[in-house]
Design a protein around this ligand. Structure first.
Ligand SMILES: NC(=O)c1ccc[n+]([C@@H]2O[C@H](COP(=O)([O-])OP(=O)(O)OC[C@H]3O[C@@H](n4cnc5c(N)ncnc54)[C@H](O)[C@@H]3O)[C@@H](O)[C@H]2O)c1
Length: 313
């Protein structure tokens, strides 16, 4: 089995590659432009002769098509995952997420590859009125350009499956944290506290309430659920079944850093407490479908955050 992993040098992608390569027969081709991915993330599996790394951009359609030749399944994780950037640059998510996904699908079509696994996001739901939010929730009203771009990717993938006899598994992630995390709130807080251990700036009012889960659970769930796919288009929420506030999260980071007396300074944020434009205030996914499939998450939100801080340290 040859796995083609777009974005395999990134945070989640490199953890996925470690896991895929732990099965001795499988081969993995990483296709990454190293914009946020790092070669060092592939260090643990680089000596494995079943790994091939291609330094390439998804916008380079010729190179992508050639690199993908012979693959059995495409894992498409490459994206610009930064929600905040969409408020300043309105093209980046269109290009890096929507157009890049279209290129992946075209390369698959030309190479006659029939299976794609795609990493989507809770942000496609926008500010859902049903919490925990199930996969069947609608209408999806994204509040960020990032969320909109991922919803567009899902639609493109689904339509390619029906038009060109492909199949897909789409995972809608809550906040994934842990080993090799390079962005997000935990990363920001640890870095801010390293600079100033006396005071922590918190974007928004600190009451944003969200779900976090560990990258180990993420890759295990991804590999498990795609392995039991029944429908042509299968969609799963992936996350833990609880949530914590940003202030609670900050307290965990402070205690794991061994600090005390840290003053929290809230910016107040925008739109009545959002950290930034596009920041969803309450996010908890229903993970009943994943649980019913037989996958049990090993860690809740607080445990995941604690473990992620330890990994960073
Ligand atoms: N981390 C989370 O909490 C989270 C939550 C929801 C969804 N997701 C999704 O999961 C996926 C992986 O996220 P991550 O946190 O590991 O992000 P990441 O930034 O660490 O990984 C993305 C990888 O894609 C590569 N890449 C980006 N643009 C590319 C291009 N044009 N051509 C080739 N390679 C390119 C980057 O170099 C990087 O290695 C993304 O699709 C993201 O939207 C992540």
């Amino acid at each position: 089995m040859i796995h083609f992993v777009c974005g395999g040098a990134g945070f989640i992608g490199s953890n996925l590659c470690d896991k895929l390569l732990s099965s001795s027969k499988d081969k993995v081709v990483v296709y990454d432009n190293f914009s946020s991915g790092r070669m060092e993330f592939l260090e643990s599996c680089r000596k494995n002769s079943n790994l091939k790394i291609v330094n390439g951009d998804l916008l380079d359609t010729g190179k992508l098509c050639r690199a993908m030749k012979g693959a059995d399944v495409v894992w498409h994780l490459a994206a610009n995952p930064d929600v905040r950037v969409g408020a300043e640059d309105t093209y980046v998510h269109v290009e890096q997420n929507i157009l890049a996904t279209r290129n992946v699908l075209e390369a698959m079509r030309k190479n006659k590859i029939g299976r794609i696994v795609f990493t989507s996001t809770s942000t496609i739901y926008g500010e859902a009125e049903v919490i925990p939010t199930p996969e069947s929730y609608g209408p999806c009203v994204p509040i960020s350009l990032y969320g909109a771009s991922k919803l567009a990717c899902e639609a493109l993938i689904s339509s390619y499956c029906f038009t060109f006899d492909m199949s897909c598994v789409i995972y809608r992630f809550a906040n994934c944290v842990g080993r090799r995390g390079t962005h997000g709130v935990i990363f920001d807080f640890v870095n801010k506290l390293r600079d100033n251990p006396k005071e922590l700036e918190i974007l928004g009012n600190g009451r944003q309430n969200k779900s976090y889960f560990l990258v180990d659970d993420c890759v295990d769930a991804m590999i498990y659920a795609q392995g039991i796919q029944k429908k042509m288009v299968e969609i799963y929420n992936v996350g833990s079944s609880d949530m914590i506030t940003v202030t609670e999260l900050a307290k965990i980071v402070v205690s794991e850093l061994g600090l005390s007396g840290v003053k929290f300074r809230y910016t107040g944020g925008v739109d009545g407490g959002r950290g930034w434009k596009g920041d969803v205030k309450v996010m908890l996914l229903s993970v009943k479908k994943l649980a019913a499939s037989g996958y049990e998450m090993k860690c809740g939100s607080s445990g995941a955050v604690r473990e992620a801080v330890r990994c960073m340290l």
